[in-house]
Write a protein that binds this ligand. Structure first.
Ligand code: NAI
Length: 306
């Protein structure tokens, strides 16, 4: 294992850690001295099936490196599953210092074709999963008087994206949840931060390519390595980040961004109040200068909108 032991004696639970970003975080956490609960139910990308023992495979990798880890196959979208994985952490290692809410699925399609089931399934894993695991962890962390929660959000949620109404709703919900958790739990020394990662993984490799422009974008994405996300996640889990809470970082290869968060950008006031005409003729022209344009640069999807 590495000499860097910034997570010595820490216990960390990483959800969806059987592959992609979560796997890298779990392995690097172990290298940094943490005992790790590796959660993954081995879901297919759309979350419809559970397949392999991917969590156990990551545990074996960690053990080969000389680290400590246990595998967990519970479903984050089930409150009982979340409680069970937190219990496994305390049973195996006696405490729980950090959770990384990383598990995720995709069910992309243009909004008018999105079924209730596809909307619901994505919210269940990302937003409810983050709630469930954070909620179960908060009980333990409150008793300890310390803890760190790290949640994977996405620029899909922060700026919007094509064919991802379900996913972007969930991911902006995760960012909002994190902010409120940071406020509610600060008094017990529990921190909550988000990462919006960019990484080539099973999830991003599902993007369909049908034009040279899309191919170029996807080729750039191929260069974005999942292991580049781990240092920021582990910093947020460590005591070094004691004064960092309620923040959103984006991580793309060697770049770390602090993301802006919704704040009023401009306001107009009228003593006598507003009617439709004055809104149209006075308020909006003044506010329009500060409109945030729709970001269409993310259109790497070739979904048929018809
Ligand atoms: P991935 O598809 O490689 O890994 C997700 C893992 O979550 C899978 O191993 C899957 O089995 C597991 N999982 C799914 N449903 C689960 C459930 N109900 N309970 C437990 N485990 C479950 O995806 P990737 O790319 O590593 O993404 C990790 C996180 O980062 C996700 O939350 C994703 O939304 C987020 N993200 C990733 C981006 C990227 O560029 N890869 C961009 C923005 C956000």
């Amino acid at each position: 294992m590495s000499d860097m032991k910034s997570l010595d004696k820490k216990v960390i639970l990483v959800t969806g850690a059987g592959g992609g970003i979560g796997r890298s975080i779990a392995i690097e956490a172990a290298r940094a001295g943490a005992a790790v609960v590796v959660n993954d139910l081995g879901a297919t990308l759309d979350g419809r099936n559970e397949s392999s023992a991917s969590a156990q495979a990551v545990v074996s990798e960690i053990e080969k490196l000389g680290g400590r880890a246990v595998a967990n196959g519970d479903d984050v979208s089930e409150p009982e599953g979340a409680k069970a994985m937190v219990k496994q952490a305390t049973d195996a290692f006696g405490r729980l210092d950090a959770v990384v809410n990383n598990a995720g699925i995709l069910r992309d399609c243009f909004f008018h074709k999105m079924t209730y089931e596809n909307f619901d399934a994505v919210l269940k894993v990302h937003l409810y999963g983050t709630f469930n695991v954070s909620h179960a962890a908060a009980v333990v962390m409150r008793e300890q008087g310390t803890g760190s929660m790290i949640h994977m959000t996405s620029t899909s949620g922060l700026v919007g994206n094509f064919a991802q109404a379900n996913y972007s709703s969930a991911k902006l919900g995760v960012a909002a949840l994190s902010k409120s958790l940071a406020l509610d739990l600060q008094r017990w020394n529990i921190r909550s931060n988000c990462i919006a990662p960019f990484a080539w993984s099973r999830m991003t490799s599902s993007i369909k390519v049908d034009s040279p422009e899309q191919e170029e974008r996807v080729n750039r994405m191929r260069e974005m390595k999942p292991e580049k996300i781990a240092p920021v996640a582990l910093y947020l889990a460590s005591d070094e980040a004691a004064d960092t809470t309620g923040q959103i970082f984006a991580v793309r290869n060697n770049e770390i961004f602090l993301m802006s968060q919704p704040r009023p950008v401009r306001s107009v006031h009228r003593d006598e109040g507003w009617d439709i005409d004055s809104v149209a003729r006075h308020a909006i022209p003044s506010l329009k200068a500060s409109y945030i344009p729709l970001d269409v640069s993310a259109d790497v999807f070739s979904w048929d909108p018809v």
